[in-house]
Design a binder for this molecule. Structure first.
Ligand code: ZN
Ligand code: ZN
Length: 335
């Protein structure tokens, strides 16, 4: 089958023929119909020297073959893949918090992922999707589950106005969910005009250009008070400090952006305001269930997040282009 594989850290992906995967016991072989390109794929390809790795964890697919012992699935069923595979026996796994299992392995990292015609995953990690969820929307389930988990971990009143720092794919997904879950104001701050526009299509009630405007006062003007709930969705140096600076006293600051380098912030700001902070990563299986239900009914419509598609031929170039600040939100591989 064809797959896009890494060759060296920071190098181009290579589209090549690799052996067809075979489903192990308890696994499904699935034909990938759509796979989102994720910021974490970009980071991983920059820093990890793992030649031959098939990235991709935002997977929508069709069941192609059943592994030994799998009897509750049929060939042809459409699925989205929960990309974490754990031991399935520890407390974390049993509660659906697979990311906290000491043996957790991620599709597209520890196992081959979705930048391929076929991949395999544990049958218990596959979620059925109805026909009302098309392949593109199916590929958005994983990033939307990230956003759902972030909001689920953020204590707040249902209609509390929310400030989202960053309108990239994570911030966009948080904006869509926040509005759907009942926030009366959803404010997104991002210096890129196209991202602000996209956030408005996804339900943001106000967008702010942080280069031109004071974020805290623009928020307060719209919402009547400084932000009690701030979600940091950028993940670059200085953004935690910025989130603390713009927050109201006693505010909740949730860190969603994945910063993989050292960062610094002034604890005194948090102390003076007595901020509550929470760091979040990944999701639980319940976040997939909630996301699929909201998408199936049409109540949550994240379609504006999809700003492009790519074939295998164009994937290496599209992937490279996404490494620089861009106007794209989600680009989806159609293998
Ligand atoms: Zn992702
Ligand atoms: Zn486990």
């Amino acid at each position: 089958m064809r797959a896009a594989v890494t060759e060296s850290a920071g190098g181009l992906l290579a589209v090549t023929d690799v052996p067809d995967p075979e489903p192990g016991p308890g696994e499904l072989l699935v034909r990938v119909t759509a796979c989102g390109l994720c910021g974490s794929d970009l980071h991983l390809s920059e820093v990890l020297d793992l030649p031959g790795l098939v990235l991709g964890h935002e997977i929508c697919a069709t069941v192609a073959e059943l592994g030994q012992g799998v009897n509750d699935w049929k060939v042809g069923e459409r699925i989205v893949g929960f990309p974490l595979i754990g031991c399935e026996t520890c407390d974390a796994c049993r509660s659906g918090a697979t990311s906290k299992c000491s043996q957790a392995a991620q599709l597209g990292l520890a196992r081959p992922g979705g930048f391929a015609e076929y991949t395999t995953l544990s049958a218990s990690s596959a979620f059925r999707i109805p026909t009302s969820i098309d392949d593109h929307i199916g590929a958005l389930v994983e990033p939307l589950a990230v956003a759902h988990h972030a909001l689920d971990c953020t204590p707040r009143a249902t209609d509390e106005p929310i400030l989202i720092i960053g309108g990239g794919p994570v911030g966009a997904a948080v904006a869509a969910w926040a509005r759907h879950l009942g926030a009366r104001e959803v404010v997104v701050s991002d210096p890129v005009a196209r991202r602000r526009e996209l956030a408005e299509h996804l339900g943001a009630t106000l967008t702010i250009d942080p280069i031109k405007e004071d974020v805290a006062s623009a928020f307060a003007k719209q919402c009547g008070a400084l932000p009690n709930v701030v979600l940091e969705c950028v993940g670059t140096r200085g953004m935690i400090q910025h989130s603390m600076d713009v927050a109201a006293v006693d505010a909740q600051v949730t860190v969603v952006g994945v910063c993989i380098g050292p960062d610094d912030f002034m604890p005194l700001v948090g102390l003076q305001k007595e901020l509550l902070t929470k760091f979040v990563l990944y999701y639980r299986k319940a976040d997939f269930t909630a996301t699929i239900a909201a998408l199936a009914s049409g109540a949550l419509d994240p379609r504006p997040m999809v700003t492009g598609t790519t074939s295998f031929e164009d994937l290496p170039d599209r992937f490279e282009a996404l490494k620089n600040p861009v106007d794209d939100c989600k680009v989806i591989l159609e293998p």
